[in-house]
Design a protein. Structure first.
Length: 164
């Protein structure tokens, strides 16, 4: 009987985390989008102010997958939540409940911290994931469009704000 274990990543796991990030980018058909380095992951995940947390899943001793998450906050109900940034399982280990176990653990962490919800994004072409999430009871958020700033536009806004 296979043995599944999930544990928080430690600083020594940074190379494994970076490998999963590259695998995820390949799966999402965006390998050139990854600019993360081990040094930046060490700083942003294990430095003085961690920006996110990582869980690693092991199947019969093999590191099988990961989940990256961080805290959120709802002003309407004044409660925290969790945003699941990434969840990924190695292809040859999919279908064994590893991804579900990672998501379950993230949801448990949210509840342990007084959270009321867990959110994530899914690529619109990933029909199998969308169906899986719907089977969990997840709702498709409508009425809002996800937006963001990065690069020059982000820096330009930040410089305007700091001078104001």
């Amino acid at each position: 009987m296979p043995n599944l274990q999930i544990r928080p990543a430690e600083e020594s796991d940074v190379p494994v985390v970076l490998d999963f990030i590259h695998r995820l980018a390949e799966y999402e058909r965006r390998p050139s989008a990854v600019t993360a380095t081990e040094a930046r992951l060490r700083e942003t995940l294990f430095g003085a102010t961690p920006a996110a947390e990582v869980l690693l899943a092991y199947w019969d001793g093999e590191c099988a997958g990961f989940a990256v998450y961080f805290g959120t906050y709802s002003t309407f109900i004044a409660q925290p939540g969790i945003y699941l940034e990434d969840v990924f399982v190695k292809e040859h280990l999919r279908g064994k409940g590893i991804g579900s176990a990672l998501m379950r653990r993230v949801a448990e962490i949210a509840i342990e911290r007084g959270g009321h919800r867990m959110d994530w994004s899914v690529l619109d072409w990933n029909e199998s994931a969308i169906q899986y999430y719907r089977n969990l009871g997840a709702e498709l958020h409508t009425g809002a469009i996800k937006m963001g700033l990065k690069g020059v536009a982000f820096e330009r806004l930040a410089s305007r704000v700091s001078r104001a």
